[in-house]
Design a protein around this ligand. Structure first.
Ligand code: TRP
Length: 338
């Protein structure tokens, strides 16, 4: 185990936009967060300020922020190993975001594909400015902690590039201040698709929730969703993403949870039908999720304990963030308060 002082630092964030994370979030990214805390100095952040871009209901936002933290701990993020905190508890995020906004070109921000997609869907009048500046706040989240690596899904690649550009731009204009982070883009092997629409990524924005496995759902519900997953009309359990997207997705899930290779997983089901296969997948998923759900529920029953964990996390985060912010202000020539 590397000494804490020499470990590389990782930072990542997740939005508290739902009551439950789904299996795609877990196998796609969060599982790696858990692994990285063993080898890295890890900072994990529930990005509630980013969630404001969708105008959430206040009661829901508060509930979901706590639920997100509870689930992160339940999947194995250990507050004794990682710094787990809520973004709005560390004011330096907004403060650095402003500085980064003053370094970002209007056109540059406008080229972010996530912004283009989202604003194309809702139209410019209904698109808030916060959605436009969203990646700049994200850059601030990362640069504040001098992160070496940022474990995120493929969809965040462009935001990491912007973060690097802004960090480099600041450093070359005002002197070395920020570590330039690398994306740690998580392998596509763990890309989980919707159970009913197995060529699309599992996502809460799907039209129907029947293809989405939620960490916080009752075991019977998830059991039923997996048994009802869309498959093809053949009978062999074979990994073939092009022709057998549904079966391939279930094999991916099975292999990610059991740790078996896809080939070994496939071998287990030679000569067995889809019914047996789906039952086996449903069983491993449900057995895996049941203790996670129980742990998250237990944490949510004691909000005072949970908020004290987050307070400690915010304190640790704030120490690092306020140091970077002070250096940034100094480099910019902002007059120190006497
Ligand atoms: N935009 C990220 C997502 O949607 C969430 C996020 C916000 C983030 N700030 C971050 C991820 C900082 C990594 C680092 O997934």
């Amino acid at each position: 185990m590397a000494d804490v002082g020499t470990r590389k630092r990782v930072l990542s964030g997740i939005q508290p936009t739902h009551d439950s994370f789904h299996l795609g979030n877990y196998l796609g990214a969060l599982k790696q967060w858990v692994a990285l805390q063993e080898s890295h100095d890890a900072f994990y952040c529930v990005v509630d300020l980013h969630a404001l871009t969708v105008g959430p209901d206040p009661i829901e936002l508060r509930r979901r922020t706590l639920a997100s933290a509870a689930q992160l701990i339940a999947i194995g993020i250990d507050p004794a190993k990682s710094t787990l905190f809520v973004q709005s508890h560390v004011p330096a995020h907004n403060q650095l975001a402003w500085i980064m906004e003053c370094l970002t070109g209007f056109g540059e921000a406008g080229r972010m594909t996530q912004f283009k997609d989202k604003s194309a869907k809702s139209g410019t009048d209904r698109t808030v400015v916060g959605l436009f500046t969203y990646p700049i706040l994200q850059a601030a989240d990362i640069l504040l902690y001098q992160a070496d690596q940022v474990p995120v899904g493929e969809d965040q690649r462009q935001h990491i590039e912007l973060t690097r550009d802004l960090g480099q731009r600041f450093n070359s204009k005002y002197g070395q201040t920020f570590t330039i982070p690398e994306g740690y883009i998580l392998k596509s092997g763990a890309k989980i698709n919707d159970l009913q629409d197995p060529t699309s990524k599992m996502s809460k924005s799907a039209a129907s929730q029947s293809g989405v496995i939620e960490l916080m759902d009752a075991p019977e519900i998830n059991m039923k969703k997996i048994k009802g997953a869309m498959t093809d009309t053949e009978r062999e359990v074979i990994f073939d993403e092009k022709n057998k997207a549904g079966i391939s997705n279930l094999l991916t899930i099975y292999s990610a949870i059991t740790g078996l290779s896809i080939a070994d997983a496939q071998n287990e089901f030679v000569g067995k039908g889809y019914g047996d296969f789906k039952s086996a997948v449903a069983t491993v998923v449900v057995d895996f999720l049941t203790p996670i759900r129980a742990k998250a529920q237990e944490l949510l029953q004691d909000p005072a304990h949970l908020t004290s964990i987050l307070r400690d996390g915010a304190e640790k985060a704030n120490l690092v963030a306020s140091k970077t912010l002070a250096e940034t202000y100094e480099a910019l020539g902002l007059l120190p308060r006497a």
